[in-house]
Design a protein around this ligand. Sequence first.
Ligand SMILES: Cc1cc2nc3c(=O)[nH]c(=O)nc-3n(C[C@H](O)[C@H](O)[C@H](O)COP(=O)(O)OP(=O)(O)OC[C@H]3O[C@@H](n4cnc5c(N)ncnc54)[C@H](O)[C@@H]3O)c2cc1C
Length: 493
Amino acid sequence: MSALFCRTTVRAFIRSTDVVPGTRRLAVRPLSSVGEPQQSTESAPPPPEDTWEDVPQDFYDIIVSGGGMVGAAMALALGSDPVLLGRRILMLDGGPRRVLTQVPDRFSSRVCSLTPGTVQLLQDIGAWDHIKNMRVRPYKRMQVWDACSDAMITFDRDELNEDIAHIVENDVILSGLMQQLDGMQGLVDVMFDTKVKGYKLPSKVADGEDSPWARVILEDGRVLDTRLLIGADGPKSLLRQTANIRQLSWSYSQAGVVATLKLSEPTVNNVAWQRFLPTGPIAMLPLSETHSNLVWSTTSEDAETLLQMQPEEFVEAVNSAFWQDYKREAAVDSAVQTVQSILSTISPGGTSARQLPPSVSDVDADSRAMFPLGLGHATQYVKHRMAIIGDAAHRVHPMAGQGVNLGFGDVSCLKQVVSDAEATGEDIGSVDRLLEFETKRQQAVIPMMAAIEGLHRLYSSDNPALVLLRSVGLQFTNAIKPLKNEIMGFASK
Ligand SMILES: Cc1cc2nc3c(=O)[nH]c(=O)nc-3n(C[C@H](O)[C@H](O)[C@H](O)COP(=O)(O)OP(=O)(O)OC[C@H]3O[C@@H](n4cnc5c(N)ncnc54)[C@H](O)[C@@H]3O)c2cc1C
C-alpha cells in the first residue's frame, strides 16, 4: 500500500516538478512526504515490478557525486555563485568527512603542485585562506634535465617575484575545501559515508512514463532525483560507466612511488627538480626548508623493490637517481655541447646555469607508497542531465603535475556554464547547454594530454637518435624565452 502510494505520488511529483526549464520554482519535496504511509483513496494493489528504487525521497537541482578535491571544489563553486542562490545543491561521498583538526607535524606523501590558475579558483571559492593557513610551499624555479645527456630546461619566476606553483598536501587541500563547505550550510547539503549504488539517466526526450530527472540510488536504499548530476567520482567513475561513455585508456605499466624525504641540510628549498631517467621521471618537490616530496615514476617491478628497501638503501637509490651518470653516447654529447656553445654565443646569458639538487639524508617512516599510473580519457564529458569532471573524465601521468589542475579547470568552466544557463532561464541539465562545457574543456584537456603523452614517449627511451632529438629540442626551448613563457602559461592555467 505504501509502495503504491509512493509510486503514484512520485509520478504526480515528477509531473508537478517538470517545470519549464530555468524557472526558479523550487522542485523540493520534504523527505517525509514521500516515504511515509499516508491516507489515500486509491485501492489498486502495487504493480509487481514496483521497487523501492522507483521512489525518490528528495530532489536536488544539482547533485555532485564524489567529494574528492575536484567534487568538493565543484560543490563550493556552485554554492558560492549568487546566480544559483535558492537552488538545492548536494555533494555526497562514499568515504568519511576528511578534515584536519590540526596540521600533523609529519608531511603526508600525497601532494599536488597547484598552478596559479588553481590557486585563483581556490581563492574565488574561499578555500585558499584555509589551505594557506595550514601548510603550503611555493616554488619559484623548476629544473628539468635528461639523465642521458647534458640537456636541461629551467623555468624561473625569480625576476618577477612570482611563484610558479605551490606544493600542497592533498589532505590539506581537502581539509581547506571542507572547512569552507562547513560555512555553507543552507547553500550546499553535504553527505559523507554515502555510497552510490547506481544511477538512472533519462533519455533526452522524456517519454512521459520515465522520470525526466537523473536518479541517484544510494547503497542505503535512498533515492534522489536531480536536474543536473555531476560525476566527480574518480578514475573508475560509476557514472561514466552507467552513462556508457567510452574511455580511451591504457596503463603505463609504471607506478608512482611517493615518499617524504629529509634533506641532508636545511636550504631555501624553492626549486622543483625533475630528472628524466630511462625508466621514467623522478621529481623532488619542496615541502619546507628541511623536507621534500618524492614522486618517482618507474616500472612496477622497480617500484615494488623501492618499497621493500631498508630506509638507508632507499635514500641511496634516490640520491643516485638524481646524481648518477647514465650511459652516454659520445656523438650525442658532442652535438649537445656544440648546440650549447652556439646558443651561448647567439644569446649570452639566455641559458640559465645548471643547479645541483639537494642531497637526501633520510625518508620519513611509513611515508612510502606506490600508485599505478595510467592514462584515461572519456570520449564524452556530458550527456543529458549529467557531466563528468576531474579524474572521472581524464587521468594523466603525474610527470607534469597537471591531474588535479585539469579537474579544477573543469570546475571553473562547468560552474560558469551552469551559471550562464541559470541567468538566461535555460535548463541547467540540458545537454545542449552542457555541450559548451565539453567543447571548452576538451579544447584545453586534449592538447595537455597529448603534450604529456608525447613527453612520456620521448623520454621513455635511451635510443641515441631520440636522445639527440629531445636534447637539442630541450636546449632550443630553454634558450627561447618567449617559447618558455608560452609553455609556462599553458601549464599554469
Ligand atoms: C603519484 C601521483 C602524483 C600526483 N601529483 C599530482 C600533482 O602534482 N598535481 C596534480 O594536479 N595532480 C597530481 N596527481 C593527480 C591527482 O591526484 C588526481 O588528479 C586527483 O586526485 C583527482 O581528484 P578527483 O577528485 O577527480 O578524484 P578522486 O580523488 O579519485 O575522488 C573521487 C571521490 O569520489 C568518491 N566516490 C567514488 N565512487 C563513489 C561512489 N560510488 N559513491 C560515492 N562516492 C564515490 C571517492 O570516495 C572519492 O572521494 C597525482 C596523482 C598521482 C597518482
